[in-house]
Ligand binder design. Structure first.
Ligand code: COA
Length: 203
Protein backbone atom coordinates (compact mmCIF):
# COMPACT_ATOMS: atom_id res chain seq x y z
CA UNK A 1 0.00 0.00 0.00
CA UNK A 2 1.29 3.42 -0.89
CA UNK A 3 1.87 5.40 2.26
CA UNK A 4 2.37 8.90 0.98
CA UNK A 5 -0.53 10.49 -0.86
CA UNK A 6 1.20 13.12 -2.95
CA UNK A 7 -0.08 16.65 -2.79
CA UNK A 8 1.44 19.47 -4.80
CA UNK A 9 1.94 21.46 -1.65
CA UNK A 10 3.46 18.72 0.51
CA UNK A 11 6.46 19.58 2.63
CA UNK A 12 8.80 17.38 0.65
CA UNK A 13 7.60 18.87 -2.64
CA UNK A 14 8.36 22.35 -1.43
CA UNK A 15 11.66 21.36 0.11
CA UNK A 16 12.63 19.43 -3.00
CA UNK A 17 11.80 22.39 -5.20
CA UNK A 18 14.31 24.37 -3.15
CA UNK A 19 16.89 21.62 -3.27
CA UNK A 20 16.52 20.97 0.45
CA UNK A 21 15.02 18.33 2.70
CA UNK A 22 16.74 15.43 0.99
CA UNK A 23 15.64 12.17 2.51
CA UNK A 24 12.22 13.33 3.78
CA UNK A 25 10.36 11.04 1.40
CA UNK A 26 13.14 8.51 1.07
CA UNK A 27 13.32 6.04 3.97
CA UNK A 28 15.78 7.49 6.47
CA UNK A 29 18.82 5.36 7.18
CA UNK A 30 18.79 6.42 10.82
CA UNK A 31 15.08 5.98 11.45
CA UNK A 32 14.47 2.75 9.53
CA UNK A 33 11.71 2.80 6.95
CA UNK A 34 10.05 5.98 8.10
CA UNK A 35 8.71 8.77 5.92
CA UNK A 36 7.63 12.18 7.20
CA UNK A 37 4.92 13.98 5.27
CA UNK A 38 2.55 16.82 5.92
CA UNK A 39 -0.73 15.67 7.41
CA UNK A 40 -3.96 15.96 5.43
CA UNK A 41 -7.55 16.25 6.63
CA UNK A 42 -7.74 12.45 6.52
CA UNK A 43 -5.13 12.25 9.28
CA UNK A 44 -7.19 14.32 11.69
CA UNK A 45 -8.62 11.34 13.64
CA UNK A 46 -5.16 9.93 14.33
CA UNK A 47 -3.83 13.38 15.24
CA UNK A 48 -6.60 13.77 17.81
CA UNK A 49 -5.86 10.32 19.26
CA UNK A 50 -2.12 11.07 19.40
CA UNK A 51 -2.76 14.37 21.13
CA UNK A 52 -4.94 12.64 23.74
CA UNK A 53 -2.36 9.92 24.29
CA UNK A 54 0.36 12.55 24.64
CA UNK A 55 -1.60 14.15 27.50
CA UNK A 56 -2.15 10.74 29.08
CA UNK A 57 1.56 9.95 28.83
CA UNK A 58 2.44 13.15 30.64
CA UNK A 59 -0.01 12.48 33.43
CA UNK A 60 -3.39 13.92 32.46
CA UNK A 61 -5.70 11.01 33.15
CA UNK A 62 -9.16 12.51 33.79
CA UNK A 63 -11.33 10.90 31.14
CA UNK A 64 -14.05 13.56 31.05
CA UNK A 65 -11.42 16.29 30.69
CA UNK A 66 -9.70 14.37 27.91
CA UNK A 67 -13.00 13.79 26.09
CA UNK A 68 -13.82 17.50 26.25
CA UNK A 69 -10.27 18.32 25.18
CA UNK A 70 -10.55 16.02 22.12
CA UNK A 71 -13.62 17.88 20.91
CA UNK A 72 -12.00 21.28 21.49
CA UNK A 73 -8.75 20.23 19.85
CA UNK A 74 -10.60 18.97 16.75
CA UNK A 75 -12.43 22.31 16.41
CA UNK A 76 -9.31 24.34 17.18
CA UNK A 77 -7.29 22.32 14.69
CA UNK A 78 -9.83 22.95 11.91
CA UNK A 79 -9.96 26.68 12.66
CA UNK A 80 -6.19 27.11 12.82
CA UNK A 81 -5.68 25.04 9.65
CA UNK A 82 -8.26 27.10 7.79
CA UNK A 83 -6.45 30.26 8.89
CA UNK A 84 -3.13 28.75 7.69
CA UNK A 85 -1.69 28.91 11.19
CA UNK A 86 -1.20 25.20 11.77
CA UNK A 87 0.87 22.58 9.96
CA UNK A 88 0.78 18.99 11.18
CA UNK A 89 3.21 16.26 10.18
CA UNK A 90 3.02 12.51 10.39
CA UNK A 91 5.75 9.90 10.34
CA UNK A 92 4.55 6.80 8.53
CA UNK A 93 5.91 3.33 8.02
CA UNK A 94 7.03 3.24 4.41
CA UNK A 95 5.94 -0.36 4.10
CA UNK A 96 2.34 -0.35 5.25
CA UNK A 97 1.53 3.36 5.61
CA UNK A 98 0.83 3.03 9.35
CA UNK A 99 1.15 6.34 11.19
CA UNK A 100 3.94 5.89 13.77
CA UNK A 101 4.08 9.39 15.16
CA UNK A 102 2.99 12.96 14.68
CA UNK A 103 3.65 16.55 15.63
CA UNK A 104 2.56 20.01 14.61
CA UNK A 105 3.74 23.57 14.18
CA UNK A 106 1.44 26.36 15.30
CA UNK A 107 2.30 29.74 13.82
CA UNK A 108 1.65 32.02 16.76
CA UNK A 109 1.58 35.82 16.55
CA UNK A 110 4.76 37.34 17.91
CA UNK A 111 5.45 40.80 19.22
CA UNK A 112 7.91 43.11 17.44
CA UNK A 113 11.57 42.87 18.48
CA UNK A 114 14.39 45.12 17.42
CA UNK A 115 16.66 43.81 14.72
CA UNK A 116 16.38 41.76 11.55
CA UNK A 117 15.25 38.60 13.38
CA UNK A 118 11.83 40.11 14.03
CA UNK A 119 8.86 38.36 12.39
CA UNK A 120 5.16 38.75 13.07
CA UNK A 121 4.66 35.02 13.64
CA UNK A 122 6.74 32.25 15.15
CA UNK A 123 6.34 28.47 15.01
CA UNK A 124 5.47 26.71 18.25
CA UNK A 125 6.06 22.95 18.16
CA UNK A 126 3.34 20.89 19.82
CA UNK A 127 1.52 17.55 20.06
CA UNK A 128 4.56 15.30 19.67
CA UNK A 129 3.68 11.66 20.03
CA UNK A 130 5.20 8.36 18.91
CA UNK A 131 3.33 5.06 19.11
CA UNK A 132 4.90 3.13 22.01
CA UNK A 133 5.81 0.22 19.72
CA UNK A 134 7.79 2.58 17.45
CA UNK A 135 9.71 4.47 20.14
CA UNK A 136 13.49 4.68 20.27
CA UNK A 137 13.83 4.39 16.49
CA UNK A 138 14.22 8.08 15.79
CA UNK A 139 10.60 8.70 14.73
CA UNK A 140 10.22 11.85 16.86
CA UNK A 141 13.70 13.05 15.88
CA UNK A 142 12.79 12.60 12.24
CA UNK A 143 9.56 14.59 12.71
CA UNK A 144 11.32 17.41 14.56
CA UNK A 145 14.02 17.62 11.88
CA UNK A 146 11.31 17.89 9.21
CA UNK A 147 9.55 20.67 11.13
CA UNK A 148 12.83 22.54 11.62
CA UNK A 149 13.46 22.24 7.86
CA UNK A 150 9.95 23.47 7.10
CA UNK A 151 10.43 26.47 9.41
CA UNK A 152 13.77 27.36 7.81
CA UNK A 153 12.35 27.10 4.31
CA UNK A 154 9.52 29.45 5.30
CA UNK A 155 11.92 32.03 6.68
CA UNK A 156 11.27 31.55 10.39
CA UNK A 157 14.21 32.11 12.67
CA UNK A 158 13.16 30.48 15.92
CA UNK A 159 11.01 27.58 17.12
CA UNK A 160 9.72 27.31 20.65
CA UNK A 161 8.14 24.43 22.56
CA UNK A 162 7.50 23.08 26.02
CA UNK A 163 9.24 19.75 26.52
CA UNK A 164 7.88 16.81 28.49
CA UNK A 165 10.40 14.75 30.47
CA UNK A 166 10.28 12.13 27.72
CA UNK A 167 10.73 14.65 24.94
CA UNK A 168 13.53 16.77 26.40
CA UNK A 169 16.47 14.69 25.17
CA UNK A 170 15.02 14.49 21.64
CA UNK A 171 14.92 18.29 21.42
CA UNK A 172 18.26 18.82 23.13
CA UNK A 173 19.98 16.45 20.73
CA UNK A 174 18.63 18.55 17.86
CA UNK A 175 19.96 21.80 19.34
CA UNK A 176 17.03 23.17 21.36
CA UNK A 177 18.10 24.97 24.52
CA UNK A 178 16.24 26.04 27.68
CA UNK A 179 15.38 29.73 27.87
CA UNK A 180 14.59 32.22 30.60
CA UNK A 181 10.83 31.93 30.17
CA UNK A 182 8.88 32.30 33.44
CA UNK A 183 5.33 31.34 34.28
CA UNK A 184 2.75 32.11 36.93
CA UNK A 185 -0.13 29.68 37.38
CA UNK A 186 -3.31 31.62 38.12
CA UNK A 187 -6.00 30.05 40.26
CA UNK A 188 -9.60 30.69 39.29
CA UNK A 189 -11.20 33.33 41.56
CA UNK A 190 -13.35 31.78 44.31
CA UNK A 191 -16.45 33.77 43.48
CA UNK A 192 -17.43 36.21 40.78
CA UNK A 193 -16.19 39.67 41.57
CA UNK A 194 -14.94 42.70 39.75
CA UNK A 195 -11.24 43.00 39.02
CA UNK A 196 -9.56 44.62 42.02
CA UNK A 197 -6.18 46.07 41.20
CA UNK A 198 -5.59 48.34 44.20
CA UNK A 199 -4.79 47.26 47.76
CA UNK A 200 -7.78 47.22 50.14
CA UNK A 201 -7.80 50.22 52.49
CA UNK A 202 -7.57 49.47 56.19
CA UNK A 203 -9.79 51.46 58.58
C1 COA B 1 8.88 11.85 23.51
C2 COA B 1 8.56 10.92 22.34
C3 COA B 1 7.74 11.71 21.32
C4 COA B 1 9.89 10.46 21.72
O1 COA B 1 9.54 9.64 20.60
P1 COA B 1 10.60 8.62 19.90
O2 COA B 1 10.12 8.41 18.52
O3 COA B 1 10.82 7.45 20.74
O4 COA B 1 11.92 9.53 19.89
P2 COA B 1 13.32 9.16 19.18
O5 COA B 1 13.31 7.73 18.79
O6 COA B 1 13.57 10.17 18.14
O7 COA B 1 14.33 9.41 20.35
C5 COA B 1 14.16 8.65 21.52
C6 COA B 1 15.40 7.84 21.84
O8 COA B 1 15.66 6.93 20.81
C7 COA B 1 17.06 6.95 20.53
N1 COA B 1 17.23 6.57 19.14
C8 COA B 1 17.29 5.30 18.76
N2 COA B 1 17.44 5.25 17.44
C9 COA B 1 17.47 6.51 16.97
C10 COA B 1 17.62 7.07 15.69
N3 COA B 1 17.76 6.29 14.63
N4 COA B 1 17.59 8.42 15.56
C11 COA B 1 17.44 9.20 16.64
N5 COA B 1 17.28 8.70 17.88
C12 COA B 1 17.31 7.37 18.05
C13 COA B 1 17.49 8.34 20.85
O9 COA B 1 18.86 8.36 21.22
C14 COA B 1 16.62 8.68 22.01
O10 COA B 1 17.21 8.31 23.20
P3 COA B 1 17.24 9.31 24.45
O11 COA B 1 15.88 10.00 24.50
O12 COA B 1 17.43 8.40 25.61
O13 COA B 1 18.33 10.27 24.16
C15 COA B 1 7.78 9.66 22.81
O14 COA B 1 8.48 9.05 23.86
C16 COA B 1 6.37 9.96 23.26
O15 COA B 1 5.43 9.97 22.46
N6 COA B 1 6.19 10.21 24.59
C17 COA B 1 4.87 10.50 25.15
C18 COA B 1 4.36 11.87 24.77
C19 COA B 1 5.36 12.97 25.00
O16 COA B 1 6.00 13.07 26.04
N7 COA B 1 5.50 13.84 23.97
C20 COA B 1 6.44 14.94 23.97
C21 COA B 1 5.74 16.17 24.36
S1 COA B 1 6.89 17.53 24.42
Amino acid sequence: MRSTPRRRSSLSDRLASRGQGKGLRRPSRSAGRVIVREATARDLPVLVVHRRRMWRAIGRRNRAELDAHDRRYRRWFATERAADRLRAFVAVDAGDGRVLGSGALWLTPSQPRPGPRSRDAAPYLLSMFTEPSARGRGVASHLVRAMVAWSRVHGFLRITLHASKMGRSVYERLGFVSTNEMRLELRAPRRRQGLRTTARRRH
